[in-house]
Write a protein that binds this ligand. Sequence first.
Ligand code: URA
Length: 283
Amino acid sequence: MGHGQSDMTPQQAAAALAWLAEMGADEIVGEMAIDRFEAVAVVPIPLPQRTPGPAVESIAPARREMGSGLHLPSGQARRWDDGIGRTAAECHTLEDITAALSVFEACPLKKTATNLCFADGNPAAHVMLIGEAPGREEDIAGKPFVGRSGQLLDRMLAAIGLSRAALEPEKSVFITNTIFWRPPGNRDPTEAETAMCLPFLLRAIEIQQPKFIMCVGKIPSQRLLATTVGILKLRGRWREFNVGGRNIALLPTLHPAYLLRRPADKRYAWHDLLMLRQALDAH
Ligand code: URA
């Protein structure tokens, strides 16, 4: 799909303007608009092949890969491998994952959370967004990214023609998190907590089969890429993420909550959004 101004609905154009205003573009400096979609040179990425049908065993290699970066006590990791990995592998649909998480008692966060907060958006979307953890509003609503940072995220997505409410797979997103219950007081999730949820997240990726993954913030980027490198270094570069024998293009970017605190850094997020837009257009 080409992405020019003529492709935008009035709502998307308004969202793009609101996003630009939030980035600090508060005056017009030229008669002619510059097409920034063309101005950014983004190296095309090799597109992943779709492999039909979820293979239950296929989670194991990806999980071993992940595990190497998690630094868990080995006994603990092995217990999770056995029980949680098997439970996740037995899920064949996203509804199965919701059902499995609803009765999943191993994660202590479940005891302090109000609701399970697994996913939102279009399960057929070409783009999967992975955030960090539900906050207060998400805990109440049982849906990811509905609070202030979620509203900013929606405006950012709208600025490149994407929406979680869109029915067309190429215009929509599927949104989930690294963990599915709110950590008390909005603290960062621990490695142990994300490790417990990881098999379900990987299974969700296998089932949803996105063409592109955008990791929103430090936690999902570091956990999925099994690295401790900071998000400002990780962002803005496509990586290959292997899950279930498939390579998926994964792009780390900045978290909207960070952007609300550091509006000057929205230009980096805008660059990353353009990379995603360009990859979708080239697909
Ligand atoms: N921040 C996240 O990373 N995820 C949410 O669901 C809400 C806020």
